[in-house]
Ligand binder design. Structure first.
Ligand code: ZN
Length: 425
């Protein structure tokens, strides 16, 4: 596992997925999932339009081949082939000639960022429109324009991908990334590639937990998966939603609705141990699919791992390949693997010699030295693990209370088990 090298591979996959025009349904999602299948053996599910999922129903399927606005000389002044952000996602088909005044009612720009194309959607409202640079809007001359949106909005399917890796128990860890954004890099392609590479680079078996990776369109995709998997939900012990994991900012972790779930504590200790700037923010019912997983009927222990949750380029053409850095992708993957390491090893033990401190020198424990690690930190961890291993405190409890890094608590525990001083409770 070499995060810098993997970061480059992750960026290459992200760049490969970037041009695809995704939406909440349609061939863009299918093409994305098929490319992911080169990395992860995903199962692709198709759910028909009209299927009821809780308070929602699966919408019509949207596909688009081309779209443009041509001026009187026949020049494409707005061209879907140049950027798929130019068309509002879920725009109904249009073929009309109209005057600029009428056309302007369907044009959207960002005057405060005149060179960026905004990203807009009209999923549940049958309308149409174009997004463009404000500078381009100002260039449009009065006159008639030919407007074409060669799209289809018909009964079809909602598509999502899923990959399940069984472990020693049927208790599950759920990782989820949305797959519905067109050419936007940080939101949401970075989350997709981190999830895909995590699936590819899970620690080798034996693994305590089973792992499930979900690649689904935001909101309706997560709800559809929840609908078809209600009987499985009690098995979900921990979960993370991945998004915005490729920018240069430090990590932001948004806690689950519970706030004190083991996943919340595991991520907090992992980020603490990394010692780099990060933020922990409480749950709020806005954001990504944690809104669905943490709705009151489910209240699953699912948080959201990000880097910068808010950035000026969000949902614009400036959220492009330049915003996403291979190093950040690789480091995000490494963070996820560290969180998994905490979850896999967070067990309770019993000190087998609890009357006074046991003699460590006689058992060779003073000579324990993790390569590169300071002996003092390891020794301190040994003392804490011995003291708190009363069958009630887990290793995560010990890392939190002692301030010792989880990796030292883990290596101390392994050494103490080897010496016979500790047994799993
Ligand atoms: Zn988004």
């Amino acid at each position: 596992m070499n995060p810098p090298l993997l970061g480059q591979e992750m960026w290459a996959l992200l760049a490969d997925l970037y041009p695809i025009c995704r939406s909440i349904t349609g061939d863009g999602v299918r093409a994305t999932l098929r490319r992911l299948q080169a990395h992860v053996p995903l199962t692709i599910h198709e759910v028909p339009t009209g299927t009821s999922v809780f308070d929602w129903s699966v919408p019509k399927e949207w596909n688009i081949r081309d779209a443009y606005v041509k001026d009187s000389r026949g020049t494409r002044v707005i061209d879907f082939r140049e950027s798929n952000l130019h068309v509002i996602s879920y725009s109904v088909p249009v073929r009309r000639r109209m005057a600029l005044a009428e056309l302007k009612g369907h044009l959207f720009t960002l005057p405060e960022h005149p060179d960026w194309i905004p990203n807009r959607t009209s999923y549940y409202d049958e309308s149409w429109g174009f997004c463009l640079r404000h500078t381009r809007l100002l260039e449009l001359e009065d006159g008639d324009y030919d407007v074409c949106i060669d799209s289809s909005l018909e009964d079809g399917n909602l598509t999502y991908g899923e990959y399940y890796v069984p472990g020693s128990s049927t208790d599950e860890v759920l990782f989820s990334a949305h797959v519905c954004h067109p050419s936007l890099a940080n939101d949401n392609l970075s989350g997709i590639v981190v999830a895909a590479f995590l699936a590819k680079h899970l620690p080798p078996p034996p693994r305590r937990y089973s792992y499930r990776f979900l690649f689904a369109p935001a909101t309706i995709g997560a709800l559809t998966w929840l609908h078809f998997n209600e009987s499985r939900l009690p098995r979900i012990r921990h979960g993370l939603v991945f998004t915005c994991l490729g920018d240069a900012g430090g990590h932001t972790y948004k806690q689950s609705r519970r706030g004190d779930a083991e996943i919340d504590r595991a991520v907090k200790v992992t980020l603490r141990d990394q010692g780099t700037p990060h933020r922990i923010v409480p749950f709020a019912p806005s954001g990504y699919d944690e809104r669905q997983f943490c709705s009151p009927g489910f209240n699953l222990p699912v948080g959201c791992l990000m880097r910068s949750p808010q950035y000026p380029e969000y949902h614009t053409s400036a959220d492009d390949l330049d915003l996403v850095q291979p190093q950040a992708l690789g480091a995000s993957l490494a963070t996820c693997l560290e969180v998994i390491d905490v979850l896999e090893h967070d067990r309770r033990y019993m000190n087998q010699s609890p009357y006074g401190e046991p003699q460590l020198g006689r058992r060779g424990l003073y000579h324990l030295r993790e390569r590169g690690g300071p002996t003092a930190a390891e020794l301190l961890a040994i003392k804490w693990v011995l003291n708190l291993s009363d069958g009630k405190h887990s290793l995560l409890d010990i890392a939190e209370r002692s301030g010792c890094q989880f990796r030292y608590v883990k290596t101390a525990t392994a050494a103490l088990v080897d010496s016979g001083l500790l047994k799993e409770a």
